[in-house]
Design a protein around this ligand. Sequence first.
Ligand SMILES: *Cc1c(COP(=O)(O)O)cnc(C)c1O
Length: 365
Amino acid sequence: MKFHQYIHDLPTYEVGKPLELVMREYGIQPDRIIKLGSNENPLGVSPSAKQVLMESASLASIYPDDSYHELKNSLSDLYGIQPSNIIIGSGSDQIIEFCVHAICDNTTKILMAKTTFAMYEIYAKHFGAKVIRTKDFLHNLDSMLSLYKKHKPSMIFLCTPNNPLGEALPKKEVMDFITQIDKECCIVLDCAYMEYCRYKNEEYAIYPKDIINFPNVIYLGTFSKIYGLGGMRIGYGIAHEKTISMLHKLRPPFNITTLSLKAATASLKDKDFLEQTLANNFTEMQRYISFAKQKSLQILESYANFITFLLHNKLNSTKIGILLLQEGIVVRNLESYGLNALRITIGTPEQNQIVLEKLSTIIEK
Ligand SMILES: *Cc1c(COP(=O)(O)O)cnc(C)c1O
């Protein structure tokens, strides 16, 4: 049997360490593990979603309503758009795949920031597209524009707030950028952390409505981060109706589970849970900021639910990552992004207390 050459060459995405692995490798009980490596909601599943999941267990035997009518209606109400503007994916990851699949092949180029979500490049490679990156450390739309003019890519990824660095783009700059890009080029706006960003600073707040009339822009959202449903694998893309109907051609039937749909719909309505999550995130982030100041560590201003520490030469992110793991603390080492840096999801007050104590001990050794 012979596999395509490109499959041999594909990189694999390094995920945040799962609980089971930390248990096996370090012999730590699951209730003692502090999992802050994957930007999940530290408050867990919203109470409304949890209740719906328990009540709906018996529906697991039936296929979902493949129109995803109920969830699309809830999203339409939330964002003031139409159900025909929405596609639901098994995580927004699947929508990224649909976009690249629909537009790119081995004759096309994809433009993205130097340090951004690793899955963009992986999907680019699936379809043979060439990746072009800016040279700036953070997103820089001026550089993007000049590379766009030079290379004429068929797709551009903007991630705001950006994973794994946490920076965001002002809405005005994004809108100006969009108007300067030819309609032949697809712009994917990955807004996986946008709910946090909107709460922090209205000038950085982008809504699906802002882009819906541009036929070449796709807004991505997810239930994996603020909505606390990473394990349910559900996300969405919002765009012009014609764009969405093309992406739908690539969607396999029943790509979302019956229970995921129920949980996502319920979580959208649980405003108290969202408020608590946002308040916890930014109050607790302040502790990491003070800690960094106190210890003279460099951090990046974050608009998301994590904070990234850029370490100086005397500290090594891989070593610190392992020492933290031995204590049952999972954070994200950014070595695979070519950085001596750690990305830490903001946890509960109790979790952050422990993380900061351990981190303090480790860096003072
Ligand atoms: C987490 C994340 C996603 C999507 O996650 P899914 O679980 O597939 O919805 C997309 N983009 C970025 C930048 C992310 O951090």
